[in-house]
Ligand binder design. Structure first.
Ligand code: S3P
Length: 170
């Protein structure tokens, strides 16, 4: 149950463009708790933006930083937590999520593209965003599903509506 040391109230997972940040911030407001996302934690710890970590240090290094960021956040943060879209690719990270109230925000390509746009640079979507997103989702879908306690479909829904569905699902 909720309480100090028992982990985040909600953990949001899902691909880029699933609305994790927007819905996460809204959920935190609703629940009266803090919001934290591991992408921001990683940038703070590394002292540089995520694309620079990827290009200068490589994806394996990024995943290692992410693993540590997830470990710390799960231990320290009692509120709403969002993970980067690829966090579930790492086996150790997946283990850290065992038993937590993890919700997979599911989304189709069309809505993901609408949300993500091309403004925020994502190293894994830099060449051909649509095709790369599709490939990532195909590879990751089983991992998102396996890691999640509940799946919430976000296509065509407002952040408020999705936040409500997340609360209902838990
Ligand atoms: C990634 C998603 C990004 C970020 C990094 C890698 C991925 O987070 O962690 O660019 O592998 O899908 P968002 O899901 O917040 O875009």
């Amino acid at each position: 149950g909720p309480g100090p040391g028992s982990g985040p109230a909600v953990v949001l997972i899902g691909p880029p463009g699933s609305g994790k940040s927007t819905v996460g911030a809204l959920l935190a407001e609703r629940l009266g708790t803090g919001y934290r996302d591991t992408d921001s934690d990683i940038e703070r710890i590394a002292g540089k933006p995520i694309p620079e970590i990827f290009f200068e240090d490589g994806e394996p290094r990024f995943r290692a930083l992410e693993r540590q960021a997830v470990r710390d956040a799960v231990a320290e943060h009692p509120g709403v937590l969002s993970l980067g879209g690829g966090a579930i690719m790492d086996e150790e990270t997946r283990k850290l999520l065992t038993g937590l109230p993890v919700v997979f925000l599911d989304v189709g390509l069309a809505d993901a593209v609408k949300r993500v746009g091309l403004d925020a640079p994502r190293p894994l979507l830099a060449v051909n965003p649509r095709q790369q997103w599709r490939a990532l989702m195909e590879q990751r879908r089983p991992l998102y599903t396996e890691a999640a306690r509940a799946v919430v479909t976000t296509d065509g829904r407002s952040p408020e509506d999705v936040a409500e569905a997340v609360l209902d699902a838990l």
